[in-house]
Ligand binder design. Structure first.
Ligand code: ZN
Length: 247
């Protein structure tokens, strides 16, 4: 089966990679949505509640700084590195990701080639003027008032939030357009470590397939789109991708 994967990659001209939580569990990042994931134990904060309540904003930042979600110390694993090699060599054009852990950028991929559908939790942004803030800076501000006030933007005083797309927050327009364009431009779409259940993200492999691209799915468990894929590999992600290691 792995040989088949290699053959598909060798004949493809423009590959798009797509990743979900399954690629990062090998780096110790938990899968938030799985049956044992964080959202089973702790209710996610809704975007509207973040906007409406200072207490909720404080709680959101307290969670970010106090709860070890395994993300801040995580480093890329073999799966991330193989994807980085495919992009560096020009075989793949970009990676569309549902992950917020920054591990694709950490693996050496230029930010331009990482399309983040759900944002990024390794830094923060002002919700009004979009200024970027590093978490160390935000943490200092939060601790300086003994956590009595949620951090605010130093430029416009707007609310500052991690640069993720929260529950209840609309999908990012620019990223959605880039992902759509990449999906329509590719001739091979490889979906890795995603159950392909969460829309609109799961719409991209469908779009690519309908437009004539081949679709490969690599995931430990069966996914919602296995029936339309050209090749399904229900195997360990890192060892499966390792056959592509010399790209
Ligand atoms: Zn601002």
């Amino acid at each position: 089966m792995s040989k088949e994967l290699r053959t598909y990659v060798e004949v493809a001209k423009r590959i798009v990679m797509f990743t979900g939580a399954g690629i990062s569990t090998g780096s110790g990042v938990p899968d938030f949505r799985s049956p044992t994931g964080i959202w089973q134990k702790m209710k996610p904060i809704q975007f509207q509640d973040f906007l409406a309540s200072e207490d909720v904003r404080i709680e959101s930042w307290r969670r970010k700084f106090d709860l070890d979600m395994g993300m801040d110390d995580a480093i890329p694993n073999k799966g991330h590195l193989v994807i980085a090699e495919l992009i560096r060599s020009g075989a793949a054009t970009c990676v569309i990701t549902q992950n917020i852990d920054n591990l694709h950028q950490d693996s050496g991929i230029e930010s331009d080639c990482v399309i983040e559908l759900h944002g990024n939790t390794s830094f923060a942004r002002c919700l009004d003027c979009a200024s970027r803030f590093e978490l160390t800076e935000i943490r200092e501000q939060f601790e300086a008032c003994h956590r009595s006030l949620a951090p605010r933007c130093s430029n416009c005083n707007g609310f500052v939030k991690t640069a993720t797309i929260s529950f209840g927050q609309s999908m990012p327009d620019a990223e959605m357009l880039l992902a759509e364009k990449a999906s329509l431009d590719c001739d091979l779409f490889i979906a890795i470590g995603s159950s392909l259940k969460v829309f609109p993200a799961a719409g991209f492999p469908i779009l690519a397939k309908r437009n004539g691209a081949k679709l490969i799915i690599i995931n430990r468990e069966p996914t919602e789109l296995d029936s339309i894929a050209d090749l399904v590999l229900n195997e360990d992600i890192s060892s499966t991708l390792a056959v592509l290691t010399d790209y």
